[in-house]
Design a protein around this ligand. Structure first.
Ligand SMILES: C[S@@+](CC[C@H](N)C(=O)[O-])C[C@H]1O[C@@H](n2cnc3c(N)ncnc32)[C@H](O)[C@@H]1O
Length: 229
């Protein structure tokens, strides 16, 4: 197995010890585990979903991101890569007169999130869509808020992706992108560096009033890049 120390954009970075890009030759156990979080499927995907729904650090960074998003009762909110759907429920409690739309490319995560949010789904306060955020379909509307937690690091062309998401925001709308590096040996400095890079990419994509928030937590800090259309 040939491990890489380069991020998909070619920048050397300890967070990207495995090349998980499509077509990657990374076949080690760790690369396989990373792929389960990138697009969970099958038995081990169910295990990954269970971990994401129960691990305290997962819950904490999602709760923190929802807080930073500052959702208002009538907001329409888009969450990309909702995983097992824990944050969808919290978003829907806040946007209780609005709508929460979730998009994830994993059928397994869609079914876990649907089960977890059955009531809100039935009452039309949450809508879930199976889809690839890197080929964002026309969702037929614009949103007041967009968030993604531990998803942006999987995108092959983040600036193009952020531009596409900006198009889905109403003027003045807010995006919050959180990453908590989970590779072995990741440090708070890694989190900060990733956050700063996302911030630069948001600016390049046309977002304004960008700012970086860092949340000290175990085992490593989480970084949230916030921007506005
Ligand atoms: C590491 S999990 C994070 C899940 C959740 N946000 C959390 O923090 O618990 C990444 C999720 O993003 C989804 N995902 C990754 N890339 C995606 C893409 N291009 N389009 C849609 N969903 C994607 C995966 O299927 C997975 O559910």
């Amino acid at each position: 197995m040939q491990a890489t120390t380069q991020a998909p954009d070619g920048t050397p970075h300890p967070v990207f010890r495995e090349d998980t890009s499509p077509g990657s030759r990374s076949t080690g156990l760790r690369g396989w585990a990373v792929r389960q979080f990138r697009q969970p499927y099958g038995f081990w995907g169910r295990v990954a979903g269970w971990i994401m729904a129960t691990r305290p650090s997962n819950l904490e960074r999602n709760r923190w991101t929802v807080d930073l998003l500052d959702v208002q009762p009538t907001d329409w909110v888009l969450e990309i890569g909702f995983g097992p759907g824990v944050a969808l429920g919290w978003l829907s409690e806040r946007a209780n007169q609005g709508l929460v739309v979730g998009m994830d490319h994993s059928e397994l995560m869609l079914s876990q999130a649907a089960r977890r949010n059955a009531q809100a789904l039935a009452s039309g306060r949450i809508a879930l869509q199976l889809g690839d955020a890197e080929h964002l379909p026309d969702l037929g509307t614009v949103f007041d808020r967009i968030m993604a937690v531990n998803v942006a690091m999987f995108w092959s062309d983040p600036v193009a992706q952020f531009r596409a998401l900006r198009e889905r925001l109403r003027p003045g709308g807010r995006i919050a992108l959180t990453v908590q590096p989970r590779s072995r040996g990741a440090t708070d400095t890694d989190a900060q560096r990733i956050g700063e890079r996302m911030l630069a990419q948001l600016s390049e994509a046309g977002f304004r009033e960008v700012r970086l928030e860092l949340h000290p937590m175990q085992p490593v800090a989480a970084a949230c890049a916030i921007g506005h259309r």
